[in-house]
Design a protein around this ligand. Structure first.
Ligand code: NAD
Ligand code: ZN
Length: 342
């Protein structure tokens, strides 16, 4: 089968013919239709220090996908060939304290699809049945391809109640953009998106942000004044990984507010803990999605009026993977989709 492979320790990815993945009795073999490019894939392609520490080549990369079931293992009862599915990219151990308590998203032994095991940028991918999500009818195929990052957005956006609250989304990458749409759908009053890139600010407005701000031009304090906000943001969704942005957001929160941090910093971030103490803030780290409550909520919101399709700005054949990665890397893009059918 054709697959996009990190062949050696160093920059680049190669489109290669590789053997079809082997499967066991609890596994599902899936024919991949479409995939989404994630920041993680860009890190692996460019071979940054994180990738050099984490990735053991050769590795088929990619974890955001939609496809159809080709074959199921002997133990699999509830899926059949032809079913449209996506995969939860975190494969958990099933044996640790949290897994056994049903809190799979807290598993400390998580194995990442396309990171620690062969991934989905290929004509086929194999996953344990417990990681396979059977899509509900009428879910758009392109949207189904990005359920994984959409799940990051939903898990983060719903980690504090947003109904009637003023929400600040820091960073309008694909996940921040989807989180803005979710917060608005879930009843937030203001959804302010802070983002230096003009293309992404415009996209944020299309996704349902009530206001966008360029943090280089206007301070959050001044912007709050323009909105006649009294105390600060009730909920902050940190989706930039940027130290200055995080500190700035922290300083602009209402007493008793909550900050959910999804953005992965590339360096240590110093914060003024007294702001957390005296303002009685809750700061919560978010990794991945909740299995499978987030997947359920994603499906419910999509079938009750939430439209995240504007976040998809580019579509390519897998043969044009270099152009697809360039588009994702450019910053002037939302989500970039690759089609794996010939
Ligand atoms: P992205 O890199 O496309 O988006 C980050 C955005 O932040 C960019 O648009 C950038 O212009 C913006 N930004 C930079 N400086 C800023 C500033 N000072 N103020 C406001 N915005 C600023 O990433 P993404 O794919 O949307 O993912 C968002 C973040 O979440 C990334 O840090 C990513 O690594 C991380 N992530 C975390 C998880 C998890 O499970 N925790 C999963 C996926 C991605
Ligand atoms: Zn576990």
């Amino acid at each position: 089968m054709r697959a996009l492979v990190k062949t050696t320790a160093g920059p680049g990815l190669e489109l290669r013919d590789v053997p079809e993945p082997e499967m066991g009795i609890d596994d599902v073999r899936i024919a991949v239709r479409k995939t989404g490019i994630c920041g993680t894939d860009l890190h692996i392609a460019s071979w940054d220090p994180w990738a050099a520490r984490t990735i053991k080549p050769p590795l088929v990369v990619g974890h955001e996908f939609v496809g159809e079931v080709l074959e199921v293992g002997a133990n699999v009862r509830d899926l059949a060939p032809g079913d449209t599915v996506s995969g939860e990219g975190h494969v958990v151990c099933g044996r640790c304290r949290h897994c056994r308590a049903g809190r799979w998203h807290l598993c400390a032994n998580t194995v990442g699809l396309g990171v620690n095991r062969d991934g989905a940028f290929a004509e086929q991918v194999v996953l344990p049945v417990t990681n396979v999500w059977h899509h509900w009818p009428r879910i758009d195929d392109d949207v189904a391809a990005i359920f994984d990052p959409f799940g990051n957005a939903v898990h983060t956006a719903l980690s504090f109640p947003v109904l009637g609250e003023d929400v600040l989304v820091v960073g309008a990458g694909p996940i921040g953009l989807m989180a803005a749409a979710v917060a608005r759908h879930a009843g937030a009053r203001y959804v302010v998106v802070s983002e230096p890139n003009a293309f992404r600010r415009e996209l944020a407005t299309k996704m349902g942000a009530t206001h966008v701000v360029d943090p280089r031009a206007t301070s959050l304090k001044d912007f709050q004044g323009e909105l006649h906000m009294v105390e600060g943001f009730d909920v902050v969704l940190e989706m930039s990984g940027n130290p200055t942005a995080l500190r700035d957001a922290l300083a602009n929160m209402a007493h008793g507010g909550g900050m959910a941090i999804l953005g992965i910093p590339t360096e240590e971030i110093q914060i003024d803990v007294s702001q957390v103490v005296f303002n009685q803030l809750t700061v919560r780290g978010i990794y991945g999605r909740e299995m499978y409550e987030t997947w359920y909520k994603m499906s419910v919101m999509l079938t009750s009026g939430l439209d995240i399709r504007p976040v998809i700005t580019h579509r390519f054949s897998y043969r044009d993977h270099e152009a697809a990665f360039d588009a994702a890397r450019s910053g002037d893009s939302g989500k970039v989709i690759m089609d794996w059918r010939d």
